[in-house]
Each structure stands twice: as C-alpha cells, then as structure tokens.
Design a protein around this ligand. Structure first.
Ligand code: NAP
Length: 308
C-alpha cells in the first residue's frame, strides 16, 4: 500500500514538538504540505489556509488539525467534504455537539475521523487499566497542576471562549480516567475559578462518581510554580495505585510496575494509519462531555486577572 499523504494544519507548538517527529518516524505516512497562516517548513509546499491547500494541485489523503479547538470543526468539515481523512488534536472541538455532524460526514464519505487523546497513549495507561479491572476501587484523586506561563506561553486562545482554560491540560487527565476505570464516570459538582479578565477558568475542583458511587475528585491549577503534578491516585483493596507523570509511570504501594519511555504521538500515528487501512473512525467524546458538565454544573468564582 502506498504511503498516506498527510497535510498538517496549524504549525504551532504541538505540531513542531510532537507531530513532525512522530510523522517522520511512522511507516506508511508521509508529510506532503503545511497549511498555517504564519509558519512554513523548508522543502514542503505551504499555504496560509486549508482552503488554499484544497484549491491547489497538491495531492493528499489526510489532514492533521493542530490548530486551537475554536475553528477546528469548520476545518474538519471542509476536509471531510473534500474526501480527506481527519485527525483531530485534543480536545476534538470547542463544543460537544459540533462533533456529531463530523462523525456523520465521515461515515457518509467512508472516511476516517480520529479524535486523538494523546495521554491515552502514555505507556503506563494500559497497564493501569488492566490492573484496575481486577481491583476493588475505593477512591480516585486527580492532581493536575502546571504553570500555564511555562507550558502555554502567550497562548491567549486557551482563555478565550472554547479554549477550556485549565481544562486544556486537565482534559488529558479525564481522557486517562475514562480509559482506566471500568465504568462510565459522571460529574456531581464543580467549582471553577475565572480570572476577572478571562473567559475560561484558571483553576477548578471537580467532583465525579461512577455507578458504584466511587468518589472521584480532581484538583486542577494552571498557576502551579515549582514541581508540576500530573498524577492520578487510585485507592484500591490492594493498596494505592498511582499513575504519575501524565501516565508515564505506574506504581502500586510505591513499587514501580511500569516506567517506559514516552511515545504518545508515535502511538497516535500508528493508530491513525491503522484506522485508515481498516476504514474505521475512533471518536470518544467522554472526556469532553465531563468538561462540558463541569461547566454546566460548576459554581463560578471570580479571581485575580491573569496576564502572561
Ligand atoms: P499553538 O502553539 O498556539 O499552535 C496552534 C497553531 O494554530 C498556531 O501556531 C497557529 O499557526 C494556528 N492557528 C490557526 N488559527 C489560530 C487561532 N485562531 N489562534 C491561534 N493559533 C491559530 O497551540 P498548541 O499548543 O500547538 O495547541 C494546539 C492544539 O494542540 C490545542 O488543541 C492543544 O490543546 C493541543 N495540544 C497542545 C499540547 C501542548 O503541550 N502545547 C499538547 C497536546 C495537545 P499560524 O499562526 O501559522 O496559523
């Protein structure tokens, strides 16, 4: 089978840090064009918009949309209507309801739509899922605290409507949670701290549960200086199961069970090529639904204005 010809849309931080090296390392897929308003790559055809790329004579089969979530639906709809397979960065969109029509269009055209959750490809996530399937779970605590100035410098879209604020990283925790727990999770309460000058929260607590009434709590902060935390702690009948480093490392009562090198985006592109070959899509909206429900149910408090 000839390689899948991929165009990348939105050449920003995650595209450069992760997508470009992962595409280069994946068999069966090759990068053939860039669509980005202000950024280009030497040696590759460049267009400022997806529309201009689609109107060109560059032949391609698929797009990876690495733009911010606001506006991604329009790009995905355009690409699918033009017969291209689509990979969506997380979160898949700025709303939950805008994804349904994309799923329908992909199905009608026989195309692949892949809503990626990169943290689910972290090496200790599947071992954690397998371990927890055999355990009685008592409580779950998520601690996701990072410094927005370090990890998202100047990214004003994060605090614009649809940008999710602190839930931009925290949705990664929710994507892991919804993968490793044996039963669906729902939100029971939340408190969201909105900076006075911003449209998205900078900190939050979220209370959740599952059908067995397991208490699940998430403590989220975007102003964490010093040590950063991307941890999920599960108290079980066989001790504390801890996924740390964003899903990189798994311990049980302090004993290391898994600590493999990071390869999230290699996993994403392997899965994408497999989906295209199999004629399938992969869209799980459960992490985005939890964020939406936290916004629906959450009590809002106003905190100090935030500037980068
Ligand atoms: P970013 O650095 O701001 O890059 C996004 C790129 O999209 C920009 O460089 C910009 O390139 C283009 N763009 C198109 N429309 C835009 C608009 N209205 N506002 C701003 N940029 C626009 O963001 P990123 O960190 O790569 O994040 C992109 C997506 O990847 C987000 O959904 C994020 O959640 C996800 N993600 C990010 C990370 C991370 O650590 N940064 C990790 C995993 C996933 P042009 O100006 O050239 O058009």
């Amino acid at each position: 089978m000839s390689p899948i010809r991929l165009a990348l849309v939105g050449l920003g931080k995650i595209a450069r840090d992760q997508h470009l090296p992962a595409i280069a390392a994946t068999e069966g897929i090759e990068l053939v064009a860039i669509a980005s308003r202000n950024a280009a790559l030497d040696g590759l055809p460049h267009f400022t918009t997806l529309e201009a790329l689609l109107a060109s004579d560059v032949a391609f089969d698929a797009v990876a949309l690495c733009t911010p979530p606001q506006g991604r639906r329009e790009q995905a709809a355009l690409a699918l209507s033009a017969g291209k397979h689509v990979l969506l960065e997380k979160p898949p969109g700025a709303t939950v309801s805008e994804i349904g029509p994309l799923i329908e269009t992909a199905r009608e055209h026989g195309l692949t739509l892949f809503a990626t959750w990169h943290s689910r490809f972290a090496p200790a996530v599947e071992p954690a899922r397998a371990l927890l399937a055999k355990r009685h779970i008592n409580t779950v605590t998520i601690t996701w605290k990072e410094d927005v100035r370090v990890w998202h410098p100047g990214q004003d879209w994060i605090f614009a409507p649809g940008g999710l604020g602190v839930f931009d990283p925290a949705i990664n925790a929710l994507s892991i949670l919804t993968r490793i727990l044996p039963h669906p999770v729902f939100v029971t309460g939340a408190e969201l701290a909105f900076p006075a000058n911003r449209a998205a929260p900078i900190a939050a607590t979220v209370e959740m549960a599952d059908s067995n009434n397991i208490p699940i709590r998430a403590d989220l902060d975007f102003l964490q200086t010093g040590p950063q935390s991307w941890d999920i702690r599960v108290e079980t009948d066989a001790g504390a199961v801890v996924l740390s480093g964003g899903g990189a490392r798994l311990t049980q009562d302090g004993v290391v069970l898994s600590d493999a090198p990071e390869a999230e985006y290699a996993g994403i592109y392997k899965h994408f090529t497999g989906l295209i070959e199999a004629g399938q899509s992969d869209v799980d909206l459960s992490p985005l639904a939890l964020v939406a429900d936290a916004f629906l149910l959450g009590r809002r408090v106003t905190v100090d204005a935030f500037d980068y």
